[in-house]
Design a protein around this ligand. Structure first.
Ligand code: CAA
Length: 397
């Protein structure tokens, strides 16, 4: 007797971002260059900038709280926290978030790291757990603050955001299909040594490495029974900056010798880039913020449509996979809330941005208290006796 496989995937997806926003015009004025290099050349208009009293834990918990408010926490026995801007060398950021979210003690919680890729590792691990026991619900949190050195060319590609998603059987948002294509290569295109608070990057090389990795992952995806290019309706790429997705999709179309012109290719990715263009790079969260952007901004009903994903983490590990949007998915979205969150960020000028950037360096390695700047549900209070301290602002049931 054969049993039909359990359908597994993403049941709900929520996001949070930082309190502040910097228009890239501020940065262009500082560098005395044409702002279109940023607005058009790299496809970014603004970027979220973390306040003193927020970090990957507060953003991650704020994203996850929305999921718990809607679905409760029963059945969540695993929390996977993906980040490349971890706050402790030993303790998982997920354990801090688990405490703020008041989840059950009967829970396994770990942090996953491999540059911008690890949220996809979290998704795949979660799918495996749910496939083994359909009563399990796995909470995946991806949260990052992208930081490059001041006055470096990477500066325009910073940003900050978190996503949280619930992986379940019979998902209402996106069923994830089984075939995946993987590609790992031990390279140095982007990395962050333990002693640094900002990334080291070989900018141009990182673009080439991303595209080479895409070719490798796509090749294996097809070999392992993945859908053909023309069976995929929309594409969602890791977006260090949105122009990277445009470059990637052009490369993939060339690999498969697609007859689509630039406008037709653009239509396949445009909606996935709307939020990222406003938020900047959110590393591990970026591709799933792209998915949220696609689902919330597509006027077309995407029910039953296949979306292709390319997840890339420098260093490097990448994966190509696909999922099918579920009927009724729109009921799971928080469109008004999400647009409002982006609109409500506090605009800052270049001097304020620079002071916040320098603050991180100034407080490294000692106790300090943060100033109250955010209105977020969770606050980072600072470090006392080498312990990070947090505050829950909202009342939770
Ligand atoms: N109007 C319109 N376009 C303009 C312009 C203007 N006035 N001036 C320049 N441009 C265009 C350029 O032609 C160029 O476009 P193309 O790439 O299509 O040719 C684009 O603007 C960028 O210009 P430059 O290449 O001169 O920019 P740069 O050298 O200052 O750096 C960067 C760009 C390499 C992306 C840099 O910001 C960087 O290093 N960022 C961090 C690394 C990164 O994001 N890598 C991505 C792949 S790795 C990854 O994905 C993992 C991750 O998250 C980091």
């Amino acid at each position: 007797m054969t049993t039909s496989p359990i359908r597994v995937g993403i049941h709900d997806l929520a996001f949070a971002t930082a309190h502040n926003v910097l228009d890239l015009r501020e940065l262009a004025d500082h560098f005395e260059i044409d702002v279109d290099k940023f607005y058009i050349g790299i496809g970014q208009t603004r970027m979220s900038v973390a306040a003193e009293d927020e970090d990957i834990v507060t953003m991650g918990a704020a994203a996850a709280q929305q999921i718990l408010d809607r679905h409760g926490s029963a059945g969540i026995r695993t929390v996977l926290f993906a980040t490349e801007s971890g706050v402790d060398q030993s303790k998982s950021a997920g354990v801090f978030a688990h405490g703020l979210l008041r989840l059950s003690a009967h829970c396994r919680v770990v942090e996953l790291k491999q540059a911008c890729y690890s949220a996809t590792a979290g998704l795949q691990f979660a799918l495996g757990l749910v496939a083994r026991d359909a009563s399990e619900r796995v909470l995946v949190i991806a949260s990052d603050i992208a930081r490059y050195a001041l006055d470096s060319s990477g500066e325009a590609t910073q940003g900050a955001a978190a996503v949280a998603f619930l992986v379940t059987a019979d998902p209402q948002l996106l069923e994830i299909e089984a075939p995946t294509g993987l590609f790992t290569d031990d390279i140095h295109d982007f990395w962050r040594p333990n002693y640094r608070s900002t990334a080291v990057v070989e900018g141009k090389y990182s673009l080439a490495a991303y595209l080479q990795s895409l070719a490798g992952a796509w090749d294996e995806y097809r070999t392992r029974g993945g859908a053909a290019f023309d069976e995929i309706h929309r594409f969602c790429y890791h977006q260090p900056f949105t122009k990277m997705a445009v470059k990637a999709h052009k490369r993939l179309a060339a690999i498969v010798e697609s007859p689509l012109d630039a406008d037709q290719r653009r239509a396949q990715i445009e909606d996935s880039m709307i939020y990222n263009r406003e938020v900047g790079n959110s590393y591990t969260a970026s591709i799933y913020l792209g998915l949220l952007s696609l689902l919330e901004n597509s006027e077309e009903d995407l029910s039953g449509k296949r979306i292709g994903f390319f997840s890339y983490g420098s260093g490097s590990v990448s994966e190509f996979f696909a999922g099918v949007v579920q009927p009724g998915y729109r009921q799971q979205l928080r469109v008004e809330r999400d647009r409002q969150v982006l609109a409500d960020r506090s605009p800052i000028d270049y001097e304020t941005y620079r002071a916040l950037h320098e603050h991180i360096e100034a407080v490294r390695g000692g106790d300090f208290e943060t100033q109250a700047q955010t209105a977020a549900p969770f606050r980072f209070l600072g470090v006392r006796d080498d312990i990070r301290r947090y505050e829950v602002r909202q009342s939770q049931g």
